[in-house]
Design a protein around this ligand. Sequence first.
Ligand SMILES: Nc1ncnc2c1ncn2[C@@H]1O[C@H](COP(=O)(O)OP(=O)(O)OP(=O)(O)O)[C@@H](O)[C@H]1O
Ligand SMILES: [Mg+2]
Length: 381
Amino acid sequence: MEHIKLKNETPDAAEALTGGIAHDFNTLLAKIKDRASLMMRRVKSSDPLYRDIKEIIRCIDKGSEMANLLLCFAKMNEYYTSSIDINRLVKNALENLDIKGRKIVLDVDLDPKALIVEADPDKINQVLMSIIENALHAMPKGGKLSIVTESAVILNGTAAAYGLNTGFFVKISIIDTGIGMEKEVLESIFKPFYSAAHGRLSEKKGLGLTFAREIVENHNGVIDVWSSPNTGTSFSIILPLKETTEDLAILAGDEKQGLWMESVLLVDDDEKILTSGRKFCNSLGYSVITAASGKKALNIYKKKKDRISLVILDMIMPEMNGLDTFLELKKINPDIKVLLSTGYSIDEKAQEMLRQGCKGYLLKPYNAIELLHKLREILFL
Ligand SMILES: Nc1ncnc2c1ncn2[C@@H]1O[C@H](COP(=O)(O)OP(=O)(O)OP(=O)(O)O)[C@@H](O)[C@H]1O
Ligand SMILES: [Mg+2]
């Protein structure tokens, strides 16, 4: 887990004020979301309240996106990275896309392999949404939006042209059949406050691509653009691939044998997460002990700490949340290895956990490859 503050520039007074307010606003939203998420779990999906709570959470996310833009502007945004499958991020972004009633044909072609990058999922989501929003905006009368993910080897010449090192990369292409851009527009799109929509649409700030490029560059990647007037535009987000999936074959049978002595303690109040987590850990050669609450986890850990190599801990749980459980576990073993498992952004509580020595986080619902990367980092290195 890396918690990197990539921007070293000191903000000026206006930036510091903006950043300070955005930060407090985000904290407030996180608290509301915490409560709303707990409420949602107590309500059946058939209950009319369920839809209302879901809408509240969607609005909170939108507010949080806006606050993050301000943090970007104030150069105060921090990056919380983990091993993330790009395909999953793209699927998530598409689920939240609202194209109902518009003549948009969606064509999605995702690489069948998991494409793992070391990235901050919130930030990459922001990049995807900015580019997709622009593409939709460029097709007012409708058109085709294609989204393709693939792995790519980038060799000397191309790498030099992009300013990248040679190696394996993930390429996410977002292609529209919209109005396209003239050369002069294309040369300006990444400039702050450049927007062809200025004046016509007051909510357009001309900042989407400025921040998108900053975020991608902070992940050691690049954005490549091709466009032709009246034909369309193609944006490619290119990010370093963590390891090729070939290197990551799930452990062979005899390699697993030795590991079964080691256990992972999985703590989550959601039965489904416990079931899938157990399956993944078993497939990687670890035996699993599950606990449905923080209190139960503490009791189990006290008794079996010598056998437990790692604890995977949910953040939002009734009674005792992830942070409180983590702090109690640390009293039993100050060197305990804990991975936070969270379905949300890295909020104040999660940041506190990482500061206090939590080894990283997994974004729920994680897959076996994402888990394998994290286990390797924490247990084998
Ligand atoms: N897919 C596209 N097709 C045509 N033009 C585009 C496309 N993507 C970006 N542009 C042009 O680039 C400009 C800058 O994009 P950017 O996302 O930075 O700002 P914006 O969309 O105008 O405002 P904001 O993103 O802040 O709401 C756009 O105003 C538009 O002229
Ligand atoms: Mg935009």
